[in-house]
Design a protein around this ligand. Structure first.
Ligand SMILES: Cc1cc2nc3c(=O)[nH]c(=O)nc-3n(C[C@H](O)[C@H](O)[C@H](O)COP(=O)(O)OP(=O)(O)OC[C@H]3O[C@@H](n4cnc5c(N)ncnc54)[C@H](O)[C@@H]3O)c2cc1C
Length: 506
């Protein structure tokens, strides 16, 4: 079941999925308004969404051209849709001015309230915080009503499943429940009524499932994501106050954003393409001049934006692991291409020397352990070899020997990439590499070939101390999930398994 959901989700980028989901929420609200379940006028809901979406799109375009930055138009549409679901959908002149001001502030915040080209606050949240402080116009979070709840939860679950934030949301929900109970007890109001209101009449689910998950303003490290969920959840309930200062959903999120800003790496690059190198029939390496110094750890990834026309349902951003090592001057990514590829990959293929890209959201916990004596087992499937290329190159350049066994699973010899680094790692660092080739007939004359699909039996046979190793698995969803399941079934502790899912490849 979950596999089917994942396969479905792989058809869309997170941004596209969010646009479809938020649009469905507005469509549902209009239907409920027509049925009289929601008290707003259906036409007002439609027009107010059109106003916020159009104004966000237009203002974003203007800011992008003023600041001369590539524009990610999908996020401006998302912000417009979110604003339309949290600002009262009424069409009085004052409310329309409120919508326009909120849209303007939201878009401005992405270009002005930034650090190193990266915005600090969730645009919709900071906009309504600022309008509350200035013209005293506040969001009423009308989406937080019982009749909208089923769709909010179903669609929201798809979002958090896609970006794998289930644990963060769980911590957020536990934290907000505890906080609701605590402040109900302190204020001597009914706990059960407070909990009922929290579930059926509040912003809890919409804020958590939609806004809390915004990648650019939430922490990239898993541990920090849990703390972030805990902070925002705790501050969220309307009863929470410190002396006379009462929090609102948007204030709690903005405080969480400040925490993210403090703990997140602050990198946003405008890398310039230097060259494209063919690694194999289907894989290309893109070599960039990062245009400024920045630090990252071997194995981390960034989110890359390529604005292009006729963008398909997968959108114009992708995550790519930095296959380069921080010891190298250039930044490299290794990318796999398909015949019937996405519009993004087509645009990527047509990039020329000196093309300018946008790369941000550096992150990932798929990194070498600090303890250099830990024995490691690397398993890379296809293009999932990229983080290992980064780590091995780093170890070679630092002349740092670690006990590593690498299994590299590909169909056949022609798919092997980064041969030079693999050879150097074997010769200079004594790293053992096994090529797992899944095509039936193999003529390759290199040692350590395993000619069948990789599974636990093979791993156990070859690696006699498998239970003592930290295991890193990187590659297509299916491979990573299957191997993880097999390892867990064979009593390998989950604490010893780190995975890097290349979502987007089945
Ligand atoms: C943390 C992380 C790190 C990653 N690192 C890398 C990396 O180093 N290198 C790398 O190559 N990838 C990496 N990925 C995967 C990458 O982000 C993309 O998801 C992947 O390349 C698929 O790209 P694509 O969507 O453009 O599809 P394509 O690569 O063009 O196609 C993939 C498959 O989807 C099908 N398809 C394409 N478009 C559509 C569509 N609109 N609707 C339905 N099916 C479609 C294709 O026919 C093909 O079968 C990483 C992902 C994550 C999450």
């Amino acid at each position: 079941m979950l596999l089917k959901i994942d396969q479905f989700l792989d058809r869309f980028s997170m941004y596209r999925l969010l646009i479809y989901y938020l649009t469905s929420l507005i469509a549902l609200a209009i239907i409920l308004a027509l049925l009289g379940t929601i008290t707003y006028n259906p036409l007002s809901i439609l027009l107010s969404s059109a106003i916020t979406v159009f104004s966000c799109w237009l203002i974003n375009l203007i800011f992008a051209s003023i600041f001369d930055l590539p524009t990610a138009f999908e996020s401006s549409i998302i912000t417009g849709l979110i604003l339309s679901l949290i600002i009262s959908p009424t069409l009085g002149l004052y409310n329309i001015l409120f919508m326009l001001a909120a849209s303007g502030l939201a878009m401005a915040s992405k270009y002005i309230l930034t650090y190193k080209h990266k915005h600090i606050f969730n645009p919709a949240a900071i906009a309504v915080v600022l309008t509350a402080l200035g013209p005293h116009q506040t969001a009423n979070w009308w989406i937080g009503t019982g009749s909208m709840l089923p769709l909010v939860i179903i669609g929201g679950y798809l979002i958090i499943r896609k970006i794998r934030r289930e644990k963060m949301i769980l911590v957020y929900l536990i934290s907000t429940s505890l906080s609701t109970i605590l402040f109900a007890l302190i204020s001597r109001v009914s706990v059960s009524t407070s909990i009922y209101d929290m579930v059926f009449e509040s912003a809890v689910f919409f804020l958590g499932l939609v806004m809390l998950t915004e990648p650019l303003t939430s922490p990239v490290k898993k541990k920090n994501q849990l703390i972030y969920g805990g902070i925002v959840g705790f501050l969220l309930p309307p009863q929470v106050h410190f002396l006379n200062f009462y929090t609102t959903p948007e204030i709690s999120l903005v405080i969480g954003n400040i925490y993210s800003f403090i703990v997140n790496p602050k990198v946003n690059l405008l890398p310039i393409l230097k060259e494209k190198i063919r690694l194999s029939k289907d894989c290309l390496e893109f070599v960039f001049n990062p245009t400024k110094n920045f630090s990252y750890l071997p194995g981390q990834y960034m989110e890359w934006t390529i604005p292009h026309s006729n963008t398909d349902s997968r959108g114009n951003r992708r995550y790519f692991t930095l296959s380069s090592s921080p010891t190298e001057k250039d930044v490299r990514i290794g990318v796999k291409f398909y015949n019937k590829g996405s519009s993004f990959k087509k645009a990527m293929l047509s990039l020329n020397k000196n093309s300018l890209l946008l790369a941000g959201n550096l992150g990932g916990d798929f990194i070498l352990p600090n303890d250099k004596s830990r024995k490691l087992l690397f398993i890379g499937g296809g293009i999932g070899i990229t983080p290992f290329r980064s780590m091995l190159k780093y170890l070679i350049d630092k002349d740092e020997k670690r006990d590593i066994i690498l299994f590299y699973s590909i169909k056949n010899e022609t798919e092997i990439i980064y041969r030079d680094i693999l050879k150097e790692a074997t010769q200079n660092l004594g790293i053992k590499i096994y090529f797992v080739l899944t095509d039936k007939k193999v003529n390759l004359k290199v040692p350590n070939i395993i000619n069948q699909r990789l599974d636990f039996n093979i791993l156990e046979k070859v690696v006699d101390d498998i239970d003592q190793r930290l295991i890193y698995i990187s590659g297509p969803n299916i491979m990573v999930k299957q191997l993880t399941r097999e390892l867990r079934k064979n009593n390998i502790s989950p604490r010893n398994i780190t995975t890097d899912l290349f979502s987007g490849y089945s």
